[in-house]
Design a protein around this ligand. Structure first.
Ligand code: FRU
Length: 493
């Protein structure tokens, strides 16, 4: 039996029941999941691959798991697409991307090659590889690795060279990968090819400017609303006030693309998300022209899921990106609205002290609270709550900040529980949209100006939602449940 068949058999036999999982966020059938890979459209369907270790709830030899969707919300699990089974990728099929070609669906990924010297020192080398398939089964090509690290200028790392993102312009394929320069600083390197098998090194597309982290993981590069954006996930970054935080995170460099020199002239660099669990995002473009981003909803430094839980790792909701007046907006894909049920609305409702509202409770919610006016200093939305547990967002009006706190979510590990973000473009009103899906919350502030994504694995019977205010706030509320088994009506899409 091949390694891939073995992984598929394991997945079929040990599939974790849907009841134990989030409702509308992608998880792996069994075991461990990290980065989204190969997020792309192929023959009209949305494909999502991901870093996958089916055999345990911890990271291990990396496979590519696979799911498909018609609408970014409801996903069908497919057999794993890649397993680490050759001399050039035996150490793992690391992250990468996918593109539709005349030959089929092309997957480009990082092959990790394990070596051991005579004195027993082990080293891993990373090169970019190609597999082509029909949307379910994939063959690794005999020319692999198609982008060997030897193509890089000599002073760049051979051990940290990974996570290729591919795209096509006219007849040429381009690929951007994460890399490290001679000083160990992160950078994104660019290659080109006419046939996917023979690649040429072009340039350093962008580098860490001495402050944006060490190794750059999972770059993506695309045009959006007249600018170009490089998203990248730097390791070992240092916090800069409230804009970035310590450790691994994801940033967007926004600017102009100098095509003569294959270089991004960046104009601003922003955090992609302010929460505790957001990493390695990847984007695709839909047939109707939308740029959609999905990310791994977890942090490398905080593995907080309960021991008895058999699956580990979730994706964010896919988010539509837009750039308006130099602000990068993120909002849940519009397809999610189709799955909203049981609407509840309140208009100009006065909230003071601690307030629970009829029909506003549960762990699978799309809840918008708009603060329109009032005399108060602090306003909190508290959720996943019962007598023992709670998690909250707290808005501090004069400081113009929002703080997240999961200290009492049921954690038994000493990990980061609080983080604060400064509201960008704070105004007289504040709109907070929360997507709750059992074990996670994604907050979209002021129609997507900023987002804050975090996980919490609170027992599911904690499902109260409470609004709390130290004065009186006037709010509009819009609440829905999200239900995937809703019968589909074509005319509603
Ligand atoms: C990012 C990352 C990638 C690598 C993969 C390995 O989270 O470290 O750089 O390809 O995960 O699973």
């Amino acid at each position: 039996m091949t390694k891939l068949e073995k992984a598929n058999q394991y997945q079929e036999k040990h599939r974790v029941s849907k009841r134990e999982k989030p409702v509308f966020h992608v998880t792996s059938p069994t075991g461990w999941m990290n980065d989204p890979n190969g997020f792309s459209v192929y023959q009209g369907k949305v494909h999502l691959f991901y870093q996958y270790h089916p055999y345990s709830d911890e990271w291990g030899p990396m496979h590519w798991g696979h799911a498909v969707s018609d609408d970014f919300v409801k996903w069908e699990e497919l057999p794993p697409a890649l397993a680490p089974d050759t001399d050039y990728d035996g150490g793992g099929c690391f992250s990468g991307s996918a593109i539709e070609t005349d030959e089929g669906q092309a997957l480009v990924y990082t092959g990790v090659q394990e070596t051991e010297s005579e004195d027993g020192i082990k080293k891993n080398f990373q090169n970019q590889c190609l597999a082509i398939g029909d949307g379910v089964h994939y063959e690794k090509v005999r020319e692999n690795p198609v982008v060997p690290a030897a193509l890089l200028p000599e002073e760049y790392s051979r051990e940290d060279f990974r996570d290729p993102k591919i795209w096509k312009e006219k007849e040429t394929y381009y690929l951007v990968a994460g890399s490290k320069d001679a000083k160990n600083d992160g950078q994104a390197v660019l290659f080109a090819s006419e046939d996917l098998r023979h690649w040429q090194y072009l340039s350093v597309l962008a580098d860490n400017r001495g402050k944006y982290g060490k190794m750059w993981e999972c770059p993506d590069f695309f045009a959006l609303c007249g600018k170009h954006i490089l998203t990248v996930s730097p390791m070992n970054m240092q916090a800069d006030g409230k804009e970035f935080h310590n450790g691994n995170q994801s940033i967007a460099m926004i600017g102009e693309y100098d095509r003569q020199n294959y270089h991004l002239l960046e104009e601003q660099v922003v955090s992609l998300d302010y929460g505790l669990d957001f990493y390695a995002p990847q984007t695709l473009q839909t047939e109707d022209g939308r740029r959609i981003m999905i990310a791994w909803m977890q942090s490398w430094d905080m593995n907080i899921k309960p021991e008895e839980q058999k699956w580990n790792g979730m994706m964010t909701i896919p988010r539509e990106l837009e750039l308006k007046d130099d602000i990068l907006y993120q909002n849940p894909v519009k397809e999610l609205e189709y799955y909203r049920t049981e609407p509840v609305f309140y208009k100009k409702k006065e909230i003071s002290a601690t307030c629970s509202l009829p029909e506003i409770h549960g762990r699978v919610l799309d809840l918008t609270v708009e603060l329109v006016s009032g005399d108060y200093e602090k306003f909190s939305i508290i959720f996943a709550k019962n007598e023992t547990y709670e998690t909250r967002f707290q808005y501090l009006k004069s400081a113009e900040t929002i703080a997240f706190d999961r200290t009492r979510c049921g954690l038994t590990k000493d990990v980061v529980c609080r983080r604060e973000m400064k509201i960008r473009k704070a105004g007289t009103t504040l709109k907070l949209r929360l997507l709750l899906d059992k074990f996670s919350v994604e907050l979209f502030v002021n129609d997507g100006v900023q987002t804050f994504t975090s996980t919490f694995y609170t027992p599911l019977d904690a499902k109260d939602v409470i609004l709390e205010c130290d004065g009186t706030a006037v709010v509009n509320i819009e609440k829905y449940k999200i239900t995937l088994d809703r019968a589909r009506r074509e005319d509603e899409i």
